[in-house]
Design a protein around this ligand. Structure first.
Ligand SMILES: NC(=O)c1ccc[n+]([C@@H]2O[C@H](COP(=O)([O-])OP(=O)(O)OC[C@H]3O[C@@H](n4cnc5c(N)ncnc54)[C@H](OP(=O)(O)O)[C@@H]3O)[C@@H](O)[C@H]2O)c1
Length: 268
């Protein structure tokens, strides 16, 4: 069994959704957490919930800031290293989407998706991997079903997640000689804030509930996921129980990726 109490876990995007759920999941194991996100109030809420679950205050470090900012990336790593002296697991979770077809996507919207979902994850990983080699730790990316399944309504997001799937596999090969594993989880629709943000987001509860009902019907298991569904897959991949698993793209999507061509998401 993994001795989580000795493990340092860095989680990006821990102020909402899947990242928040992942922090709470690891808090129950007593791990040493280093959390990051942009919204300081929400990041504090995640930290408070971790404490309520019994995690000592001293087991939670954090940095607030935009993950696309190099200075913030450096602060995340130096903060974790100063606090705990090592990094065992990096969960590259922070991400965003614009629900835009090709013809509607501006340069800025394209850049925002690639800067957040790809470049920031690449650069943070590049800077972290020397430390993860020292612990023979591992890296888990939060990609998406969109990485391997085309969706006509959100091409740039799909492209960004496909890039992460390829990076996961390339990096698994690059870091295998050092005993470092690299995997990704690829969720289907998960209840979180992601679809509620931005101009085209589902802002009212009623609209969001309708979206979730429509999405549930697209997942063969007949429901959408919750952050805990993804968190438990992340913790498995990060655990010693997965010691021979690397370069894996693990769908957490109620079998949605098994559906044959012709399926698209229903978005506005
Ligand atoms: N929910 C789904 O249906 C779904 C499905 C497949 C894949 N995913 C992936 O899962 C990951 C988490 O998404 P989620 O659904 O949990 O979304 P969410 O509820 O919107 O949470 C996103 C998290 O990422 C952070 N974040 C976004 N952009 C950031 C930036 N530029 N700098 C720093 N932090 C940033 C947010 O921070 P603040 O809130 O503090 O700004 C928040 O903590 C993403 O990579 C997403 O693509 C989600």
């Amino acid at each position: 069994m993994t001795n989580w109490k000795q493990k340092v876990i860095v989680i990006t995007g821990a102020s909402a959704g899947i990242g928040e759920g992942t922090a709470l999941h690891f808090a129950k194991f007593g791990a040493k957490l280093f959390l990051t996100g942009r919204n300081s109030d929400n990041l504090q809420k995640t930290k408070d919930q971790c404490v309520q679950l019994g995690l000592p205050d001293e087991n939670i470090g954090s940095v607030v800031g935009d993950i696309t900012d190099k200075t913030v990336q450096s602060k995340i790593l130096s903060g974790a290293l100063e606090k705990y002296g090592k990094i065992d697991v990096l969960v590259n979770n922070a991400g965003m989407v614009h629900y835009l077809k090709t013809g509607d996507t501006s340069d800025e919207e394209y850049d925002e998706m690639f800067d957040t979902n790809v470049k920031a994850q690449f650069m943070l990983t590049k800077a972290a991997m020397e430390y993860i080699k020292q612990t023979k730790g591992n890296i888990v990316f939060v990609s998406s079903i969109c990485g391997g399944r085309p969706m006509g309504e959100l091409p740039v997001y799909c492209m960004s997640k496909a890039a992460i799937d390829m990076f996961t596999q390339c990096l698994a090969l690059e870091l295998a000689p050092f005993g470092v594993r690299v995997n990704s989880v690829n969720p289907g629709t998960i209840v979180s804030k992601i679809a509620r943000r931005g101009e085209r987001g589902y802002h009212s509860d009623e609209d969001y509930q309708k979206f979730l009902v429509a999405q549930a019907a697209k997942h063969p298991l007949g429901r959408v996921g919750v952050p805990e569904d993804v968190a438990s897959a992340i913790s498995f991949l990060a655990s010693d129980e997965a010691s021979f698993i690397s370069g894996q793209i693990l769908y957490v999507d109620g079998a949605r990726h098994c559906i044959s061509a012709g399926v698209t998401t229903s978005v506005k």
